[in-house]
Design a protein around this ligand. Structure first.
Ligand code: AMP
Ligand code: ZN
Length: 474
């Protein structure tokens, strides 16, 4: 399997630090607003990378943070007369809701910057001890950028060019030794959240958060570090400088960056005001369509968002879901008994599309070609499956299609069917609780279902349920 590594600027064979295991850190959003569909791109792309690594048999430890203390969050809190904590809490919940809609799986750990302050104080102290950082007179702690000999190795920037650029914009009264130095810890301002530290009451800089969270949850050396391409400089360059100076080992082996999502061929961003939130798009389309649209391009290619492309994604997705539905329907009518020899031969033939899919994904996660292979499998299923077939054959095809869709995070069962099954499981659990005279649990389940708008009725035929305002289901 090959991964394009931003650090070496070429595709490299993927060899994890520890056999069978992958540690992966993905920079998460700053939570001061609903996420926009540009922010959704790294979420979907790297969730798919994780799913494929798991499909290949790796045990993946996936960490993605929420930046919950930041100028923008504080500004928003001041505007609405609430606290930074309250703003962050709200938008983390909203972000999780969007992630669920896009079928982005929960990370192994979603650390919050505000919960990791002791680790940040510790790393900053180590950097000071080693001479890589210093506290200025006002208590601000800066990283001594020039001291880190490899500075610029990720972004390919030359430190002297950077210095020339910075000199023009140096602010008078700046207490830095060098304009290139960046902040690790800054003093609080009136009304801002703060923590005690040996240098001043204040809060961390953005870059130190990720270095600390990656080390705490994944270790000094990690396999993959990822994010959008705008993070290469300065964020990831600074993370490398901090982590490698503090830990004394290479920080991340592979650096992956997604290209930008654009609109009218311009970068989509909050500051330009030309963005759509995931929530807005979710009002018009199932968020599965957004996911499928994102995966229709290679993650390192810019992608332009348009209604036409979304409609094309919707049609493509429908084709896949319909094929899976059709297989499920046929299974209900299929013949008993083992696969026939002819079916076995056909099934082996369908393996060609799995190979194509894996070939595409092994080539730096080329989901565009991966999706094309899924379409070929769909076509194969549509032309080779009928109610004349054995159930075993049909189920094997469905399983094959389902496993590829699962890598892409595409759900092939209609939401309603999944919901129905969940509800029926809960009802069965409630019945068992009643039988065991665990009435507290039984009542809790009834309440949970009521909260989801589902009413239960005990009838002579057993329990029937209905969405409020709908007819009974059994
Ligand atoms: P932020 O909340 O700005 O820190 O962004 C969170 C993540 O979204 C980062 O990995 C960014 O690189 C990424 N991102 C922001 N805008 C876009 C965009 N238009 N296209 C792709 N990725 C983006
Ligand atoms: Zn980060």
């Amino acid at each position: 399997m090959k991964i394009y590594n931003t650090l070496t600027k070429r595709k490299e064979e993927f060899v994890p630090l520890q056999e069978g295991k992958v540690t992966m850190y993905v920079c998460g959003p700053t939570v001061y607003n609903l996420i926009h569909i540009g922010n959704a791109r790294p979420m979907i792309v790297f969730d798919t990378v994780r799913r494929y690594l798991e499909y290949k048999g790796y045990d993946v430890n996936y960490v993605s943070n929420f930046t919950d203390v930041d100028d923008k969050i504080i500004k928003k809190a001041l505007e609405e007369g609430s606290s930074a904590e309250e703003v962050a809490k709200r938008y983390i919940a909203e972000c999780r809701r969007d992630m669920e809609g896009m079928n982005v799986r929960q990370a192994t750990t979603h650390p919050l910057a505000t919960q990791e302050i002791p680790g940040m104080l510790e790393m900053i102290s180590i950097l000071i001890e080693k001479g890589y950082a210093y506290a200025a007179a006002d208590g601000t702690v800066y990283y001594r950028t020039r001291k880190f000999k490899d500075y610029g190795k990720l972004s390919g920037k030359n430190i002297d060019d950077l210095e020339a650029g910075h000199r023009d914009i140096q602010v008078t009264g700046d207490l830095k030794e060098d304009p290139l130095d960046f902040v690790l810890w800054k003093p609080k301002k009136e009304g801002e959240p703060y923590w005690d530290s040996p240098w001043c009451k204040g809060r961390p800089g953005w870059h130190i958060e990720c270095s600390v969270m990656a080390r705490k949850y994944l270790g000094d050396e990690i396999d993959i570090h990822a994010g959008g391409e705008d993070l290469i400089f300065p964020h990831h360059e600074n993370e490398i400088a901090q982590s490698e100076a503090a830990n004394g080992v290479q920080f991340a082996k592979y650096w992956m960056h997604n290209a930008f999502l654009k609109i009218n061929n311009e970068k989509m961003s909050k500051s330009l005001g030309n963005f759509f939130t995931v929530r807005e798009v979710g009002e018009k389309y199932d968020l599965q369509v957004l996911r499928f649209f994102m995966l229709s391009a290679h993650y390192r290619s810019p992608l332009n968002f348009s209604a036409d492309l979304m409609d094309a994604a919707k049609n493509g997705l429908d084709r896949i879901v319909t094929a899976a539905d059709n297989l499920r329907h046929l299974i209900g009518h299929g013949a008993d008994g083992e696969m026939t020899d002819a079916e076995r031969e056909l099934f082996v033939k369908s393996g060609k599309y799995v190979e194509k899919f894996e070939e595409a994904m092994d080539d730096d996660f080329n989901t565009a070609d991966g999706v094309a292979a899924v379409f070929e499998l769909v076509k194969f299923c549509n032309s080779n499956a009928s109610s004349e077939n054995t159930r075993e054959f049909l189920a094997a095809l469905l399983e094959r299609l389902g496993s590829l869709c699962d890598v892409l995070g595409i759900i092939t069962e209609k939401k309603e069917e999944i919901l129905d099954r969940e509800i029926e499981d809960l009802i069965a659990e409630r019945q068992a609780a009643r039988k065991a005279k665990d009435f507290a649990r039984a009542d809790a389940i009834r309440d949970e279902l009521l909260e989801r708008g589902i009413q239960l009725k005990d009838t002579r035929e057993g329990v029937v349920w209905q969405y409020q305002g709908q007819k009974n289901r059994q």
